[in-house]
Design a protein around this ligand. Sequence first.
Ligand code: NAP
Ligand code: ZN
Ligand code: ZN
Length: 351
Amino acid sequence: MCTKTIKAYGTKSAESDLEQLKINRRSVTAKDVEIDILFCGVCHSDLHFARNDWGMTQYPVVPGHEIVGRVTQVGSGAAKYKVGDLVAVGCLVDSCRTCNNCKDDLEQYCPQWVGTYGGYDKHLDSPTHGGYSETIVVDEDFVLSVPKNLDQAGIAPVLCAGITTWSPLRHWNVGKGSKVAVVGLGGLGHMALKLANALGADVTLFSRSPNKVQDGLDLGAHQVIISTDEAQMESVMNHFDLIIDTVPYAHDLNPYIGTLSTNGTLVVVGYLGPLDPMLVTVPMIMGRRAVAGSLIGGIAETQELLDFCGKHNITSDIEIIKMQDINVAYERMLKSDVHYRFVIDMKSLKK
Ligand code: NAP
Ligand code: ZN
Ligand code: ZN
Protein backbone atom coordinates (compact mmCIF):
# COMPACT_ATOMS: atom_id res chain seq x y z
CA MET A 1 0.00 0.00 0.00
CA CYS A 2 1.12 3.59 -0.66
CA THR A 3 2.51 5.47 2.31
CA LYS A 4 3.52 9.00 3.16
CA THR A 5 6.70 9.67 5.17
CA ILE A 6 6.26 12.25 7.90
CA LYS A 7 8.13 13.71 10.88
CA ALA A 8 7.40 12.34 14.35
CA TYR A 9 8.93 12.21 17.83
CA GLY A 10 9.59 8.92 19.52
CA THR A 11 12.15 6.65 21.02
CA LYS A 12 14.03 3.55 19.92
CA SER A 13 14.62 2.12 23.41
CA ALA A 14 13.45 2.36 27.02
CA GLU A 15 16.69 4.08 28.01
CA SER A 16 16.86 6.73 25.27
CA ASP A 17 15.34 10.19 25.19
CA LEU A 18 12.66 10.91 22.62
CA GLU A 19 14.05 12.27 19.35
CA GLN A 20 12.88 13.22 15.88
CA LEU A 21 12.09 10.21 13.70
CA LYS A 22 10.61 9.57 10.27
CA ILE A 23 7.53 7.31 10.14
CA ASN A 24 5.14 6.12 7.44
CA ARG A 25 1.43 6.87 7.44
CA ARG A 26 -0.84 4.84 5.20
CA SER A 27 -2.53 6.55 2.27
CA VAL A 28 -6.17 7.33 2.94
CA THR A 29 -8.34 4.23 2.30
CA ALA A 30 -12.07 4.49 1.50
CA LYS A 31 -13.18 4.93 5.14
CA ASP A 32 -10.19 6.96 6.35
CA VAL A 33 -9.69 10.56 7.35
CA GLU A 34 -6.29 12.27 7.21
CA ILE A 35 -5.72 14.77 10.00
CA ASP A 36 -3.15 17.54 10.27
CA ILE A 37 -2.29 17.45 13.99
CA LEU A 38 -2.50 20.84 15.74
CA PHE A 39 -2.14 19.81 19.40
CA CYS A 40 -1.34 16.63 21.30
CA GLY A 41 -1.63 16.16 25.07
CA VAL A 42 1.07 14.40 27.11
CA CYS A 43 -0.31 11.53 29.20
CA HIS A 44 1.57 9.65 31.92
CA SER A 45 0.81 6.52 29.83
CA ASP A 46 3.03 7.99 27.08
CA LEU A 47 5.89 8.00 29.56
CA HIS A 48 5.08 4.46 30.82
CA PHE A 49 5.05 3.24 27.23
CA ALA A 50 8.21 5.04 26.11
CA ARG A 51 10.08 3.56 29.09
CA ASN A 52 8.49 0.10 28.77
CA ASP A 53 7.06 0.24 32.33
CA TRP A 54 4.38 -2.26 31.25
CA GLY A 55 6.81 -4.62 29.48
CA MET A 56 4.94 -4.58 26.17
CA THR A 57 6.52 -1.75 24.17
CA GLN A 58 7.75 -2.42 20.65
CA TYR A 59 10.33 0.09 19.44
CA PRO A 60 10.45 2.57 17.89
CA VAL A 61 7.41 3.98 19.67
CA VAL A 62 5.73 7.29 18.86
CA PRO A 63 3.41 8.16 21.80
CA GLY A 64 0.46 10.57 21.88
CA HIS A 65 -3.26 9.80 22.18
CA GLU A 66 -4.81 13.18 22.96
CA ILE A 67 -4.97 14.49 19.41
CA VAL A 68 -6.74 17.55 18.01
CA GLY A 69 -6.38 18.49 14.37
CA ARG A 70 -7.96 19.48 11.06
CA VAL A 71 -9.17 17.13 8.37
CA THR A 72 -7.01 17.42 5.25
CA GLN A 73 -8.32 14.49 3.20
CA VAL A 74 -11.26 12.08 3.31
CA GLY A 75 -11.57 8.66 1.68
CA SER A 76 -14.04 7.96 -1.14
CA GLY A 77 -16.46 6.17 1.19
CA ALA A 78 -16.02 8.37 4.27
CA ALA A 79 -19.01 10.61 4.93
CA LYS A 80 -18.78 11.81 8.54
CA TYR A 81 -16.22 14.58 8.10
CA LYS A 82 -15.13 17.03 5.43
CA VAL A 83 -11.86 18.77 4.69
CA GLY A 84 -11.32 21.60 7.21
CA ASP A 85 -13.34 20.08 10.08
CA LEU A 86 -11.86 20.32 13.58
CA VAL A 87 -11.63 16.76 14.89
CA ALA A 88 -10.02 14.66 17.60
CA VAL A 89 -8.58 11.20 18.09
CA GLY A 90 -8.15 9.54 21.47
CA CYS A 91 -6.64 6.23 22.59
CA LEU A 92 -8.43 3.95 20.11
CA VAL A 93 -8.16 3.83 16.30
CA ASP A 94 -9.93 0.52 15.51
CA SER A 95 -11.65 -2.55 16.98
CA CYS A 96 -13.34 -5.70 15.63
CA ARG A 97 -16.81 -4.02 15.46
CA THR A 98 -18.59 -7.37 15.87
CA CYS A 99 -18.00 -8.59 19.46
CA ASN A 100 -20.47 -7.88 22.27
CA ASN A 101 -18.29 -5.10 23.66
CA CYS A 102 -18.12 -3.37 20.27
CA LYS A 103 -21.89 -3.72 19.87
CA ASP A 104 -22.35 -2.18 23.34
CA ASP A 105 -20.15 0.86 22.52
CA LEU A 106 -17.41 -0.52 24.77
CA GLU A 107 -14.71 -0.75 22.08
CA GLN A 108 -12.05 -0.25 24.75
CA TYR A 109 -12.84 -3.74 26.04
CA CYS A 110 -12.82 -5.39 22.59
CA PRO A 111 -10.20 -8.16 22.58
CA GLN A 112 -8.97 -6.75 19.28
CA TRP A 113 -8.98 -3.04 20.06
CA VAL A 114 -6.23 -1.11 18.32
CA GLY A 115 -4.38 1.50 20.38
CA THR A 116 -3.47 4.80 18.74
CA TYR A 117 0.15 3.83 19.38
CA GLY A 118 1.62 0.41 20.08
CA GLY A 119 -1.37 -1.21 18.34
CA TYR A 120 -1.41 -3.08 15.04
CA ASP A 121 -2.14 -1.27 11.77
CA LYS A 122 -3.67 -4.00 9.60
CA HIS A 123 -3.31 -1.86 6.46
CA LEU A 124 0.44 -1.41 6.90
CA ASP A 125 1.09 -4.67 8.79
CA SER A 126 3.10 -2.67 11.31
CA PRO A 127 2.67 -0.95 14.71
CA THR A 128 0.46 2.11 14.99
CA HIS A 129 2.13 5.42 15.80
CA GLY A 130 0.59 8.17 17.92
CA GLY A 131 0.08 11.89 17.88
CA TYR A 132 3.61 13.17 18.49
CA SER A 133 3.67 13.53 14.70
CA GLU A 134 2.65 15.82 11.86
CA THR A 135 -0.37 13.89 10.62
CA ILE A 136 -2.43 10.78 11.34
CA VAL A 137 -4.74 8.62 9.21
CA VAL A 138 -7.69 7.13 11.09
CA ASP A 139 -10.90 5.27 10.20
CA GLU A 140 -13.71 7.83 10.40
CA ASP A 141 -15.59 5.71 12.97
CA PHE A 142 -12.80 6.43 15.46
CA VAL A 143 -12.61 10.16 14.75
CA LEU A 144 -14.48 12.56 17.06
CA SER A 145 -16.06 15.91 16.50
CA VAL A 146 -14.76 18.86 18.57
CA PRO A 147 -17.14 21.56 19.87
CA LYS A 148 -16.24 24.85 18.16
CA ASN A 149 -16.54 27.01 21.28
CA LEU A 150 -13.63 25.35 23.13
CA ASP A 151 -9.92 26.15 23.17
CA GLN A 152 -8.28 23.75 20.68
CA ALA A 153 -5.26 23.00 22.87
CA GLY A 154 -7.25 22.79 26.12
CA ILE A 155 -9.65 20.22 24.74
CA ALA A 156 -6.89 17.73 23.76
CA PRO A 157 -6.51 16.15 27.26
CA VAL A 158 -10.23 15.36 27.29
CA LEU A 159 -9.42 12.58 24.80
CA CYS A 160 -7.65 10.50 27.47
CA ALA A 161 -7.46 12.20 30.89
CA GLY A 162 -11.07 13.31 30.51
CA ILE A 163 -12.67 10.14 29.20
CA THR A 164 -10.76 7.89 31.63
CA THR A 165 -12.39 9.66 34.55
CA TRP A 166 -15.73 10.39 32.83
CA SER A 167 -16.37 6.71 32.08
CA PRO A 168 -16.36 5.61 35.76
CA LEU A 169 -18.32 8.71 36.79
CA ARG A 170 -21.02 7.70 34.29
CA HIS A 171 -20.83 3.95 34.94
CA TRP A 172 -21.31 4.46 38.70
CA ASN A 173 -24.14 6.96 38.03
CA VAL A 174 -22.57 10.00 39.64
CA GLY A 175 -24.98 12.92 39.81
CA LYS A 176 -26.27 15.62 42.09
CA GLY A 177 -25.31 14.90 45.69
CA SER A 178 -23.05 11.88 44.97
CA LYS A 179 -20.01 11.86 47.22
CA VAL A 180 -16.98 11.44 44.96
CA ALA A 181 -13.28 11.46 45.82
CA VAL A 182 -10.31 11.64 43.48
CA VAL A 183 -6.84 10.37 44.48
CA GLY A 184 -3.92 12.27 42.92
CA LEU A 185 -3.97 15.72 41.34
CA GLY A 186 -2.34 15.32 37.93
CA GLY A 187 -3.76 15.14 34.42
CA LEU A 188 -6.49 12.60 35.15
CA GLY A 189 -7.13 13.93 38.65
CA HIS A 190 -7.78 17.52 37.63
CA MET A 191 -10.20 16.46 34.87
CA ALA A 192 -11.98 14.20 37.38
CA LEU A 193 -12.48 17.16 39.74
CA LYS A 194 -13.91 19.35 36.98
CA LEU A 195 -16.21 16.65 35.59
CA ALA A 196 -17.51 15.36 38.94
CA ASN A 197 -18.20 18.95 39.99
CA ALA A 198 -20.06 19.68 36.74
CA LEU A 199 -22.19 16.57 37.32
CA GLY A 200 -23.29 18.07 40.64
CA ALA A 201 -21.33 15.76 42.95
CA ASP A 202 -19.87 16.67 46.31
CA VAL A 203 -16.16 16.40 45.41
CA THR A 204 -13.10 15.65 47.55
CA LEU A 205 -9.46 15.52 46.49
CA PHE A 206 -6.97 13.19 48.19
CA SER A 207 -3.44 14.44 47.56
CA ARG A 208 0.03 13.83 48.96
CA SER A 209 0.95 17.41 48.12
CA PRO A 210 -0.02 20.19 50.58
CA ASN A 211 1.01 22.76 47.94
CA LYS A 212 -1.88 21.61 45.71
CA VAL A 213 -4.70 22.35 48.20
CA GLN A 214 -5.72 25.69 46.69
CA ASP A 215 -5.49 24.35 43.13
CA GLY A 216 -7.69 21.40 44.12
CA LEU A 217 -10.34 23.77 45.44
CA ASP A 218 -10.06 26.02 42.38
CA LEU A 219 -10.44 23.03 40.05
CA GLY A 220 -13.70 21.84 41.57
CA ALA A 221 -13.02 20.03 44.85
CA HIS A 222 -15.16 21.09 47.82
CA GLN A 223 -12.51 19.81 50.23
CA VAL A 224 -8.93 18.53 50.04
CA ILE A 225 -7.63 15.75 52.29
CA ILE A 226 -3.88 15.34 52.63
CA SER A 227 -3.57 11.56 52.45
CA THR A 228 -0.57 11.38 54.80
CA ASP A 229 -2.47 13.19 57.59
CA GLU A 230 -4.21 10.56 59.76
CA ALA A 231 -6.64 12.98 61.41
CA GLN A 232 -7.76 14.28 58.02
CA MET A 233 -8.19 10.72 56.74
CA GLU A 234 -10.21 9.81 59.85
CA SER A 235 -12.58 12.72 59.17
CA VAL A 236 -13.86 11.09 55.97
CA MET A 237 -14.36 7.47 57.13
CA ASN A 238 -17.48 5.73 55.70
CA HIS A 239 -18.12 8.68 53.42
CA PHE A 240 -17.69 8.21 49.66
CA ASP A 241 -19.92 6.56 47.06
CA LEU A 242 -17.07 6.50 44.54
CA ILE A 243 -13.32 7.03 44.70
CA ILE A 244 -11.32 7.36 41.46
CA ASP A 245 -7.65 6.53 42.08
CA THR A 246 -5.35 8.05 39.44
CA VAL A 247 -1.95 7.41 41.09
CA PRO A 248 0.46 5.93 38.49
CA TYR A 249 2.59 3.72 40.74
CA ALA A 250 2.02 0.93 43.30
CA HIS A 251 0.67 2.39 46.52
CA ASP A 252 -1.38 1.37 49.55
CA LEU A 253 -5.10 1.33 48.71
CA ASN A 254 -6.12 0.15 52.20
CA PRO A 255 -6.37 3.60 53.84
CA TYR A 256 -8.91 4.62 51.19
CA ILE A 257 -11.22 1.58 51.47
CA GLY A 258 -12.48 2.61 54.91
CA THR A 259 -13.44 6.02 53.56
CA LEU A 260 -16.02 4.37 51.26
CA SER A 261 -19.61 4.22 52.46
CA THR A 262 -21.52 0.92 52.48
CA ASN A 263 -21.71 -0.29 48.85
CA GLY A 264 -19.08 2.26 47.81
CA THR A 265 -16.53 1.53 45.07
CA LEU A 266 -12.91 2.48 44.67
CA VAL A 267 -12.05 2.35 40.98
CA VAL A 268 -8.40 2.15 40.03
CA VAL A 269 -7.55 3.89 36.77
CA GLY A 270 -3.95 4.92 37.41
CA TYR A 271 -1.83 1.94 38.35
CA LEU A 272 -1.51 -1.22 36.26
CA GLY A 273 0.04 -4.16 38.13
CA PRO A 274 0.13 -6.11 41.41
CA LEU A 275 -0.79 -4.18 44.54
CA ASP A 276 1.79 -3.68 47.24
CA PRO A 277 0.82 -3.94 50.05
CA MET A 278 -2.01 -6.37 49.34
CA LEU A 279 -5.64 -5.48 49.99
CA VAL A 280 -7.05 -6.26 53.42
CA THR A 281 -10.51 -7.71 52.76
CA VAL A 282 -12.06 -6.90 56.16
CA PRO A 283 -13.37 -3.39 55.32
CA MET A 284 -14.60 -4.68 51.97
CA ILE A 285 -16.57 -7.53 53.52
CA MET A 286 -17.83 -5.48 56.46
CA GLY A 287 -19.34 -2.82 54.19
CA ARG A 288 -19.90 -4.51 50.82
CA ARG A 289 -17.25 -2.17 49.50
CA ALA A 290 -15.72 -2.90 46.10
CA VAL A 291 -12.41 -2.30 44.35
CA ALA A 292 -12.72 -2.09 40.56
CA GLY A 293 -10.76 -0.99 37.49
CA SER A 294 -11.70 0.96 34.38
CA LEU A 295 -10.07 1.58 30.98
CA ILE A 296 -10.51 4.84 29.03
CA GLY A 297 -13.97 4.91 27.38
CA GLY A 298 -15.73 3.97 24.14
CA ILE A 299 -16.13 6.20 21.09
CA ALA A 300 -19.77 7.14 21.73
CA GLU A 301 -18.98 7.91 25.38
CA THR A 302 -16.01 10.06 24.34
CA GLN A 303 -18.23 12.04 21.97
CA GLU A 304 -20.77 12.40 24.79
CA LEU A 305 -17.99 13.85 26.95
CA LEU A 306 -16.75 16.25 24.26
CA ASP A 307 -20.32 17.53 23.85
CA PHE A 308 -20.70 17.81 27.64
CA CYS A 309 -17.46 19.84 27.77
CA GLY A 310 -18.77 22.07 24.97
CA LYS A 311 -22.00 22.67 26.86
CA HIS A 312 -20.33 23.31 30.23
CA ASN A 313 -17.31 25.12 28.79
CA ILE A 314 -14.85 22.64 30.31
CA THR A 315 -11.27 22.31 29.10
CA SER A 316 -8.07 21.13 30.71
CA ASP A 317 -5.67 23.47 32.54
CA ILE A 318 -2.64 23.22 30.33
CA GLU A 319 0.95 24.25 29.83
CA ILE A 320 1.83 24.41 26.14
CA ILE A 321 5.23 23.03 25.20
CA LYS A 322 7.27 22.58 22.04
CA MET A 323 7.81 19.06 20.74
CA GLN A 324 11.52 19.48 21.38
CA ASP A 325 10.85 19.96 25.13
CA ILE A 326 9.16 16.59 25.62
CA ASN A 327 12.02 14.97 27.57
CA VAL A 328 12.04 17.80 30.13
CA ALA A 329 8.24 17.49 30.35
CA TYR A 330 8.54 13.76 31.15
CA GLU A 331 10.98 14.47 33.99
CA ARG A 332 8.64 17.13 35.39
CA MET A 333 5.73 14.71 35.15
CA LEU A 334 7.66 12.18 37.24
CA LYS A 335 8.04 14.86 39.92
CA SER A 336 4.28 15.64 39.82
CA ASP A 337 5.25 19.08 38.53
CA VAL A 338 2.46 19.42 35.94
CA HIS A 339 -0.27 22.08 36.20
CA TYR A 340 -2.13 20.07 35.07
CA ARG A 341 -1.41 18.75 31.59
CA PHE A 342 1.33 19.40 29.07
CA VAL A 343 0.02 19.91 25.56
CA ILE A 344 2.41 19.96 22.60
CA ASP A 345 1.92 22.67 19.99
CA MET A 346 2.61 20.52 16.94
CA LYS A 347 3.63 23.55 14.85
CA SER A 348 6.98 23.15 16.61
CA LEU A 349 7.58 19.82 14.82
CA LYS A 350 6.72 21.22 11.40
CA LYS A 351 9.43 23.89 11.42
P1 NAP B 1 0.13 12.57 36.24
O1 NAP B 1 -0.36 13.78 35.54
O2 NAP B 1 1.58 12.33 36.36
O3 NAP B 1 -0.58 12.57 37.71
C1 NAP B 1 -0.40 11.57 38.65
C2 NAP B 1 -0.63 12.13 40.06
O4 NAP B 1 -0.60 11.02 40.98
C3 NAP B 1 0.44 13.07 40.55
O5 NAP B 1 0.22 14.40 40.16
C4 NAP B 1 0.36 12.91 42.06
O6 NAP B 1 -0.66 13.74 42.61
C5 NAP B 1 -0.12 11.48 42.25
N1 NAP B 1 0.95 10.58 42.75
C6 NAP B 1 0.89 9.88 43.89
N2 NAP B 1 1.96 9.12 44.06
C7 NAP B 1 2.75 9.35 43.00
C8 NAP B 1 4.04 8.88 42.65
N3 NAP B 1 4.71 7.99 43.37
N4 NAP B 1 4.58 9.37 41.51
C9 NAP B 1 3.92 10.26 40.74
N5 NAP B 1 2.68 10.73 41.04
C10 NAP B 1 2.11 10.28 42.18
O7 NAP B 1 -0.46 11.25 35.54
P2 NAP B 1 -1.80 11.09 34.65
O8 NAP B 1 -1.49 11.41 33.24
O9 NAP B 1 -2.92 11.70 35.36
O10 NAP B 1 -1.94 9.49 34.67
C11 NAP B 1 -2.16 8.82 35.89
C12 NAP B 1 -2.07 7.32 35.65
O11 NAP B 1 -3.23 6.90 34.92
C13 NAP B 1 -0.88 6.85 34.82
O12 NAP B 1 -0.35 5.67 35.39
C14 NAP B 1 -1.48 6.52 33.47
O13 NAP B 1 -0.76 5.53 32.77
C15 NAP B 1 -2.83 6.02 33.89
N6 NAP B 1 -3.87 6.07 32.85
C16 NAP B 1 -4.80 5.09 32.86
C17 NAP B 1 -5.82 5.11 31.95
C18 NAP B 1 -6.89 4.06 31.98
O14 NAP B 1 -7.58 3.90 30.98
N7 NAP B 1 -7.10 3.37 33.07
C19 NAP B 1 -5.88 6.13 31.00
C20 NAP B 1 -4.93 7.14 31.05
C21 NAP B 1 -3.92 7.11 31.98
P3 NAP B 1 -0.56 14.33 44.09
O15 NAP B 1 0.68 15.19 44.10
O16 NAP B 1 -1.82 15.10 44.22
O17 NAP B 1 -0.50 13.19 45.07
ZN1 ZN C 1 -3.57 8.51 28.23
ZN1 ZN D 1 -14.85 -6.00 19.29
